[in-house]
Design a binder for this molecule. Structure first.
Ligand SMILES: Cc1cc2nc3c(=O)[nH]c(=O)nc-3n(C[C@H](O)[C@H](O)[C@H](O)COP(=O)(O)OP(=O)(O)OC[C@H]3O[C@@H](n4cnc5c(N)ncnc54)[C@H](O)[C@@H]3O)c2cc1C
Length: 387
């Protein structure tokens, strides 16, 4: 394996680094300085972050590996990894468009019709349409196949009824990609369909609610006798075939757990900051654990380079994305826990390490809990018998 970067890749890195430095400073200044930027999971912060997303888009950095026709810059997956490293190294903000760009978009590329792709993708990169994920329900979390929200075929569209919950940033988004039961006689994974729903459709109620840390990061979404016209999203509201929603959704989870949602750059930057923190707060008893955590971040980077090599060779991510997800989510907890141990009582509850730690604790839950990922890895990667 050749682990060196070509001259053009190094030039790409330098260009990304320079752009991020200049534009982050400008974005901070526009909003009264870095300290004045609120969490993207608050109403004020979301608006600030949208301004950032639109700046990224204007510079051609919103989705670097996409075709230019959809708002990308035709970069390779390797260059995307480089961009991600630079993004987190620069301490650029979390992407409030991530559930669209990193979860829905790869699925639209795989299953969308040309008309859907032409409409959905450019508006997504431009942060004009903001997408949230409407899968979980009060009685369908880990057991996602228990979905009971219904979509019934009617003349010219669908009639929707039901409820979604834990919809990240749902209160601030314009559109939802949801799973609905379209065959009332079906059970479990069969008879589901993947629908694209504008949240301003009559009969949709979005009720934001606060998290323990006070941010209004979640919403419940209610569908009461909603008429969703076939052309409510130009190109069509059905993504993939009717009744094939589970298969389409599994492609989304491959992106969520596998390559796109949590790239190594995020953890490499956190590990580098942890090492810096150690220099200012040395604690020899933690040296070994910190070194190991840093090595795990590096290992994730090497593993991902191998993944990209395989994908470039035509492989697709399957159940092994579950192993990936266990790795990055547990690594994130470890890196933040170590920082809090270094800081001791000096760790401020609202400080970046504490806030980061609080969020890291949700990593083993979202994108499918790690217990479920271990079941998948045991049964589908290792071929162990079902329990
Ligand atoms: C930060 C965050 C953001 C989220 N964003 C979204 C979003 O945008 N859209 C969305 O649709 N959902 C979202 N979710 C919801 C998430 O997908 C669910 O929380 C997750 O799937 C678990 O479901 P649950 O909360 O109902 O827990 P449960 O399914 O009730 O699980 C409770 C516990 O039981 C364990 N368990 C359950 N079944 C098994 C089993 N068979 N074997 C072993 N252990 C088991 C679980 O691992 C867990 O520890 C988000 C969650 C979080 C924390």
């Amino acid at each position: 394996m050749d682990l060196s970067w070509s001259e053009s890749e190094q030039a790409f890195r330098a260009e990304a680094r320079a752009w991020l430095e200049e534009n982050l400073a400008a974005w901070h200044a526009e909003h009264g300085g870095r300290e004045a930027i609120a969490s993207g999971d608050t109403r004020t912060g979301f608006a600030q972050h949208l301004a950032w997303e639109r700046r990224l888009h204007a510079g051609g950095w919103a989705a670097v590996s996409w075709p230019a026709a959809y708002g990308g810059r035709d970069a390779s997956l390797w260059e995307w990894l480089i961009f991600e490293e630079e993004y987190y190294r620069a301490d650029a903000p979390p992407r409030v468009t991530q559930n669209g760009i990193f979860l829905l978009a790869p699925t639209v590329f795989e299953f969308g019709t040309p008309a859907q792709q032409a409409h959905v993708l450019p508006r997504m990169t431009a942060a004009e349409d903001l997408w949230c994920q409407g899968w979980s329900e009060p009685d369908a979390g880990s057991d996602l196949a228990a979905i009971s929200s219904r979509a019934t075929r009617v003349d010219g569209g669908w009639r929707l009824d039901g409820q979604k919950t834990w919809t990240t940033r749902g209160a601030f988004c314009t559109h939802l990609f949801g799973l609905f039961r379209t065959d009332p006689a079906s059970e479990r994974h069969r008879g589901l369909s993947y629908l694209l729903v504008p949240l301003d459709t009559l009969g949709v109620t979005v009720r934001g609610f606060g998290r323990l840390d006070g941010d209004e990061g979640f919403a419940e979404v209610f569908f009461d006798d909603v008429f969703l016209a076939d052309d409510a999203v130009p190109g069509g509201v059905l993504l993939g075939d009717e009744g094939e929603g589970w298969r389409v959704a599994m492609a989304t989870t491959g992106s969520e757990r596998g390559l796109t949602l949590r790239s190594p750059g995020r953890f490499l930057a956190t590990a580098a900051r942890l090492i810096e923190l150690y220099r200012s707060h040395p604690a020899p008893r933690l040296r070994e654990r910190i070194t190991e955590a840093w090595m795990r971040a590096e290992a994730y980077r090497l593993f991902t380079l191998d993944t990209v090599t395989r994908l470039a060779g035509g492989a697709v991510m399957g159940a092994d994305s579950s192993i990936n997800k266990i790795w990055w989510s547990e690594l994130d907890c470890e890196l933040h826990e170590l920082a809090l141990e270094l800081l001791g009582p000096a760790a401020e509850v609202e400080g970046p390490w504490s806030k980061g730690w609080q969020f890291s604790l949700s990593g083993p839950i979202y994108a499918g809990t790690n217990e479920i990922q271990r079941n998948i890895a045991a049964e589908r990667v290792l071929g162990l018998p079902r329990t």
